[in-house]
Design a protein around this ligand. Sequence first.
Ligand code: ADP
Ligand code: MG
Length: 286
Amino acid sequence: DYLTGQPASHKRKRQYRIGRHLGAGGFGEVKQATSLETGDEVAIKIIPKAKISDIPTQVTRQNSLATLVHPHIVHLREWFESRDKFYLVFELAAGGELYEHLIDVGRFGEEEAREVTYALVDAVAYLASRGVVHRDLKPENVLYRSPPGQNGAGHDDCVVSDFGLAVEIKPDQKLHVIAGSAGYSAPEMYSSDGYGFPADCWSLGVITFAMMGGRFPYRATIPTQIAEEARTTELYFPRTWEGVSEEAKDFIRKLLVVDPDHRMTAAEALHHPWLLAAKSRPASPD
Ligand code: ADP
Ligand code: MG
């Protein structure tokens, strides 16, 4: 099975040999492929245009995603289109979803969680500096480049993926359209005030809690009720958290602040003692 893209704007012909199915979701299918030009293994997300309500916005999103370059953001190598589909060619992240690894082990130890969190916070700080709100941060959309725990691979070789809901905004611009996934979306998304960059930081707080706690931080499952619970009850760390450091809990509490104006930003989170402890860790001897 071969795939050829020839958009009018590019004279170069690109060919990929399509391989196995990697994943599917709301917007189409992701397949592994081999670039016949470079021999590289890639992941191609195939999006039927019929599923996209606003094609120009999608094109802007794809062009802007292609300019994002960060060690913890999945790299969009190129994209092209046919009459009825978009083809997004990403670097292959072959190590599986954070979600799958978390389900496998139940919960992560503090060190593993810290490695993932540092990578995600670094990525989100970069996104904010570029004016991008991801809006769908969750363990399903964090991918490992290689399976953690195998051949010495750590938990830090992971990337933020799935920019299907990402938008570029101005520093003080507010968004009002509800987007994202129940359980991870910020309370202000359901208020009339609108939301912006801090919404991604709330999701980071939920992910960090979920990694070490093995469950969501709130009992409610409906977004408006989660928002209500977050507003009215103090964040509770059950007994399974007994061995976890106070710094880790403080880090999560500062992200799961209901008022987005008082929530820790990603840039601030990078300097939180919990993450700084990771940086000062001695390199593993080899
Ligand atoms: P959706 O918008 O449908 O959720 P995603 O971009 O999240 O689409 O892709 C769906 C799934 O496909 C991911 O959860 C992941 O398992 C797999 N996938 C996506 N991108 C890659 C990639 N670059 N490398 C490997 N697998 C990927
Ligand atoms: Mg996804």
